[in-house]
Design a protein around this ligand. Structure first.
Ligand SMILES: Cc1ncc(COP(=O)(O)O)c(C=O)c1O
Length: 394
């Protein structure tokens, strides 16, 4: 473990220095190879150095990297078209990260609330989120994230946030009042420990939001862009949100975020109401097009759905084989949480020693987030390493 003296201490000590990546593998500066099921925290959808992605980014870098949104960017317009094909008719606003996409969603909620209050500000601006949520580290994101470890030291939080309990519709019914402008949840809670919103709950939440005139905003920053084997994780539920936040996997490693807004609320953003210097620049858009191209050409959604069936059943066997350590398996497709009864930190570090990178999450859970290109053999390798880790710690 090391801590570089000239870097801020906001991250803990790191176990190794990364040097290069190739497909599903990450290599450290000593040449050790790791099966990378951290994917840069659900970012590297195509793994490392995917030829299609590298070519697209190299060519774009040589042509035009950045020009600002003062000028039209044809590849940004085409990217908006492609995201709308996935999400439904509406409009897209580009930004650079998950937290920024959530800021744009929260600002959309406020614009909607102002409209509902007949143009008056400060009357209808509340946002109801879920306990155990994670929406990012900006002031909007922190206010939507009711965790002491996130909010501590930064209070007072932004006003107007209240919380229901995921999958408990009554708690949301009670939390919404006349000052509420939107409900905002993750389709699958990621940092909180991989807790999916149930289909039944999402349907009831949609109906509740429509009935009360509040927007339903879904954070798909971590679970979106194919991670579950569906382009968006909520798709399976058949529910149509009013807006969606995305980032992480969208750029396959290059920073880009976006929100999709349904036609019904897309007019809320007007010239001057929001902006970004970098968001959706030509290089970021080239990276995102490459991710979407690979998802389509290599049928990665179908691939994730197919190979995850056997993988999940192998992971579930770990619950039976190691009942004293493993409690349950949660999640969908390539977004999996293994809930542990003990030893979370040790499982992460022994797995790393044995060449597997995984990510800790809330509620004593380890997350496995393979790149969408991971093969059945790669998935099986992760189970074999976890078996060895759990046997050693038993
Ligand atoms: C669901 C969710 N929303 C928002 C964020 C924040 O994204 P970023 O770190 O890109 O700002 C994250 C990051 O982990 C996330 O998982």
């Amino acid at each position: 473990m090391s801590h570089y003296p000239n870097l801020a201490k906001n991250y803990g000590p790191t176990p190794f220095d990364a040097e290069r990546g190739e497909g599903v593998y990450l290599y450290d500066t000593k040449g050790k190879r790791y099966l990378d099921f951290s994917s840069g925290i659900a970012v590297n959808a195509l793994g490392h150095g995917h030829p299609l992605w590298v070519k697209a980014v190299q060519e774009q870098a040589a042509s035009l990297v950045h020009c600002s949104n003062l000028f039209g960017i044809p590849s940004q317009q085409r990217l908006a078209d492609r995201l709308i094909e996935r999400a439904g008719s509406g409009r897209i606003l580009f930004c650079n990260s998950g937290a920024e996409s959530n800021e744009a969603l929260i600002k959309l909620a406020r614009l909607h609330g102002r409209e509902r209050a007949g143009g008056k500000e400060g009357q209808c601006y509340g946002v109801v989120c879920a306990d155990n949520a994670f929406h990012g580290r900006t002031f909007g994101g922190m206010a939507a994230t009711p965790q002491e470890k996130i909010q501590g030291g930064f209070r007072p939080m932004l006003d107007g946030f209240s919380f229901g309990i995921l999958n408990d519709i009554k708690s949301f019914e009670n939390a919404i009042d006349a000052s509420t402008a939107a409900v905002f949840i993750e389709s699958i809670q990621g940092e909180g420990g991989v807790f999916p919103a149930d289909t039944g709950f999402l349907k009831e939440l949609r109906a509740l939001c429509t009935e009360r005139g509040v927007l339903l905003l879904l954070d798909e920053v971590q679970c979106g862009i194919g991670r579950t084997g569906h382009f968006f994780a909520f798709e399976k539920s058949g529910v149509q949100p009013d807006a969606i936040g995305m980032a992480k996997g969208l750029g396959g490693g290059f920073p880009i975020g976006a929100i999709w807004m349904a036609e019904s609320c897309a007019e809320l953003y007007q010239p001057g109401s929001h902006g970004t210097t970098f968001g959706g620049n030509p290089l970021a858009c080239a990276a995102a097009h490459a991710v979407l191209d690979a998802i389509e050409q290599d049928q990665l959604l179908e691939h994730v759905q197919t190979v995850s069936v056997e993988w999940h059943s192998e992971l579930k066997q770990l619950v039976e084989s190691f009942p004293a350590t493993v409690a349950e398996v949660r999640g969908e497709g390539f977004m999996v949480g293994l809930a542990l009864k003990k030893h979370m930190a040790e499982v992460v570090s022994v797995a790393r020693d044995k060449g597997l990178l995984i990510v800790p999450a809330g509620h004593e859970t380890i997350r496995l987030l393979p790149p969408l290109i991971a093969t059945a053999e790669n998935l099986n390798e992760s189970v074999q390493i976890l078996k060895a880790v759990l046997s050693e710690l038993a």
